[in-house]
Write a protein that binds this ligand. Structure first.
Ligand SMILES: NC(=O)c1ccc[n+]([C@@H]2O[C@H](COP(=O)([O-])OP(=O)(O)OC[C@H]3O[C@@H](n4cnc5c(N)ncnc54)[C@H](OP(=O)(O)O)[C@@H]3O)[C@@H](O)[C@H]2O)c1
Length: 272
């Protein structure tokens, strides 16, 4: 019997890409649980999406959320690991704790959720796992090195995981959004040392991050990324990766075929 996705747990559902994805999934008839620390959903999702208080930085919180959904629904067919945040700062001016915080949410946050749902998916021999990575996983972004690194880790994790679980009817897909207009820009934190105006990196970092923030706030609507996620969940065979919008697809392709030095020179002209 062919199974279909019915019940979805998505993280980061209170804002931006996650909120749009929750809305579109609800429109398409899925049963959606939207997790976030705030545990809220947007007005468009009210009454159609179930909000869940969930902090991806805490295994206990993730476990409680997953077991609560399993107790109600009996199964979770798909997870969308979307919760994320960004830090900016020169490498020299980023403490290990600040770097760990970046990985805590963007990388280990996804792992906590996936680790918790896999036994249930394996038991039913069916599951769909979507991670939200970034074009920054393939384009190295200076002064956001730890964000780029965490997203690259998410991307390779998703690909490797897909090989481990394909025999259990579980498919994985990583979405690579480019600049998208969401609350992400305002939530970005600059590391403590990089806020020092007298530092050698200060002016370049400010220009670089300023350009990125401008591009994000003039970027794609969150619905563009959300529709790519919903499309993948509706497919019989999900793609291994999906990069919404043709220009970002082209960037993703070019980064892979250009000699690394040339690619770095181009990125450097834009962001360093
Ligand atoms: N915007 C872009 O240009 C862009 C580009 C590439 C990739 N992305 C990725 O897209 C994803 C969604 O970001 P967005 O742009 O939609 O940003 P956003 O509007 O700031 O949304 C981030 C979401 O993550 C949740 N979140 C943050 N920390 C969390 C935690 N510890 N536990 C649970 N939920 C948490 C937030 O909810 P609470 O604060 O309520 O917890 C919020 O719902 C992120 O992974 C981001 O890296 C964004």
């Amino acid at each position: 019997m062919s199974q279909k996705v019915q019940t979805v747990l998505l993280t980061g559902g209170s804002s931006g890409i996650g909120a749009e994805t929750a809305r579109m999934l609800a429109d398409a008839g899925y049963k959606v649980y939207a997790g976030s620390r705030r545990g809220t959903v947007t007005a468009e999702c009210e009454g159609r999406v179930t909000p869940v208080v969930l902090d991806v930085n805490s295994q206990e919180s993730v476990r409680d959320a997953v077991s609560g959904i399993i107790a109600k629904e009996g199964h979770i067919d798909a997870v969308v690991c979307n919760a994320g945040n960004g830090i900016a700062g020169a490498v020299e001016q980023t403490s290990v704790d600040e770097a760990k915080y970046q990985f805590e949410t963007c990388f280990f946050g996804a792992h906590r959720v996936i680790k918790e749902v896999l036994p249930y998916m394996r038991e039913r021999n069916f599951g769909r796992i979507v991670t939200v990575s970034s074009v920054a996983a393939v384009v190295p972004i200076p002064y956001q090195t730890f964000y780029s690194s965490a997203k690259a880790a998410v991307l390779i994790y998703t690909k490797a995981l897909s090989l481990e679980v394909k025999g259990f009817g579980i498919q994985c897909c990583s979405i690579l959004p480019g600049d998208t207009k969401t609350g992400f820009t305002a939530a970005r934190k600059v590391t403590a040392e990089s806020q020092d105006r007298s530092s050698v990196y200060y002016d370049t970092l400010k220009k670089s991050v300023g350009r990125m923030e401008h591009d994000e706030q003039n970027g794609m609507p969150a619905s563009k990324i959300a529709s790519a996620i919903v499309r993948q969940l509706g497919r019989r065979r999900m793609a291994a990766t999906s990069t919404p919008r043709i220009d970002y697809k082209a960037i993703n392709f070019l980064v892979r075929i250009l000699p690394t030095r040339l690619m770095l020179r181009i990125v450097g002209k834009l962001y360093a």
